[in-house]
Design a binder for this molecule. Structure first.
Ligand code: S3P
Length: 432
């Protein structure tokens, strides 16, 4: 268990390439594993979550190599085809990664063998019925603790048929799990989402040649088309960039340049919210990379004002709520976050943990059942806080500390390695 002491920064300056996108890195590895060829993925995220995905794929007989000698990590992977996995002899360890467990459940539901998926203490408390139920409807046998509500999950796959499924919760992981199972099913699979969630799976499957398309709120997948390997460069992760967007906005003397950031419209809610709060964000050089839009972002100090965050907007900023709470703490006026009950089932109960830890630093913040209320004003002092093993909470607390009035000691600070191993190094560079 490591701890970090973050001192208030005199100024924040610099240019940072945050690491590759976590969601896209997972998908690039999993989907290329299902092709009949080789692919090279530049800027693959070497965070613990994506390493969990690679570990699971290796247990299933997929060959891959990482090259860390250049500026950004490169993954080489050789697919085994749709039906080339071997039955794993050990439990598949998904670590802290919900994306690994939920998406791999869909792929394993299509395999005519037995597999088990487990993970760390946090992952084993996260809801899995949301994937077990539709995958069972498609014909897979799935068991797990409390009738499949929690991991470890045991899957005997194969013999799937397509379904039309309306998701009760808006979740990209659930949508992706069902679509991936649909690749192995007889007949079409249609997933209807209550609100649009991140669409990286659909984009990648489409680019690889799958028959997939959107019809209003539904995504339709027709199985049978071979998947072509896809070499690509992963855009930098907007969810990682968000920590610096907020750190620069709330610090009185800051200018941070963020290069090559993924700008998929299902992910840019954090930018919309920060702009509504009065942030000084400029977006340049918009371009395409690996079927995804990317851009360079410059963020400067700004006087923020409180705002309301809810409805569809909160969905595209869900992972950023902890750090948006930090922005709200430094803003003038009150910010209310609503419609964000899903935060309770993330890597930690992010409503409870964000509220309790920002309160330790003097922030006037209160829980709501579906979010939180933050009275701003910039009263953020030093103190002893902890991450609860949640990477995004650790980084949000660090962003608060940089603009606060005293030293912040963060326990369990190593959690950042789940999605952003170079976070502490980048923090030092920017605050030099
Ligand atoms: C992810 C989807 C989101 C997000 C998570 C990653 C993905 O969860 O919070 O960090 O890669 O598909 P949902 O399944 O709740 O949308």
């Amino acid at each position: 268990m490591s701890e970090r002491i973050i001192k208030p920064a005199r100024r924040l300056r610099g240019t940072i390439a945050v690491p590759g996108d976590k969601s896209i890195s997972h998908r690039a590895a999993m989907l290329n594993a299902l092709t009949d060829g080789e692919a090279t993925i530049h800027n693959f995220l070497l965070g613990e979550d994506c390493l969990s995905t690679l570990g699971v794929l290796r247990e299933l007989g997929v060959e891959w190599r990482l090259d860390e000698s250049g500026d950004t990590p490169v993954l080489w992977i050789r697919g085994v085809g749709l039906r080339g996995f071997v039955e794993p002899s050990a439990v598949l360890d998904c670590g802290n990664s919900g994306t690994t467990m939920r998406l791999m459940s869909g792929i394993l539901a299509g395999q005519a063998f037995f597999s088990t998926l487990s993970g760390d203490a946090s992952l084993c408390t996260r809801p899995m019925a949301r994937v077990a139920a539709p995958l069972r409807e498609m014909g897979a046998q799935i068991d797990g603790r409390e009738d499949g509500r929690f991991a470890p999950l045991a899957i005997r796959g194969g013999g799937l048929h397509g379904i039309r499924y309306r998701m009760p919760v808006a979740s990209a992981q659930v949508k992706s799990s069902i679509l991936l199972a649909g690749l192995f099913a007889q007949g079409e699979t249609i997933v209807e989402e209550p609100e649009a969630t991140r669409d990286h799976t659909e984009r990648m499957l489409d680019t690889m040649g799958a028959r997939i398309g959107r019809e209003g709120p539904a995504v339709r997948l027709t199985p049978g088309a071979p998947l072509a390997p896809l070499s690509m460069r992963v855009p930098n992760d907007i969810s990682a960039a968000a920590f610096w967007m907020v750190a620069a906005s709330v610090h009185p003397d800051a200018e941070i340049h963020l290069t090559g950031v993924g700008m998929n419209p299902t992910r840019t809610g954090v930018i919309d919210v920060l702009r509504a709060m009065g942030a000084d964000l400029s977006i340049d050089e918009e371009r395409q990379a690996g079927g995804e839009p990317v851009a360079d972002i410059v963020v400067r100090s700004a006087r923020l004002r409180g705002t309301g965050i809810g409805g569809e907007q909160v969905l595209s900023a869900m992972d950023e709520v902890p750090v948006l709470a930090v922005a709200a703490a430094f803003a003038d006026g009150t910010t209310v976050v609503r419609d964000a009950a899903e935060l309770r089932v993330k890597e930690s109960d992010r409503i409870a943990t964000t509220v309790s830890q920002l309160a330790v630093l003097g922030v006037n913040i209160a829980e709501r059942e579906d979010g939180m209320t933050i009275d701003g004003g910039g009263h953020v002092h030093g103190g002893d806080v902890r991450s609860f093993g949640d990477h995004r909470l650790a980084m949000a607390l660090a962003a608060a500390a940089l603009a606060g009035s005293g030293d912040v000691r963060i326990a369990d600070a190593e959690a950042v390695a789940v999605s952003y191993p170079a976070f502490w190094q980048h923090l030092e560079e920017l605050s030099q």
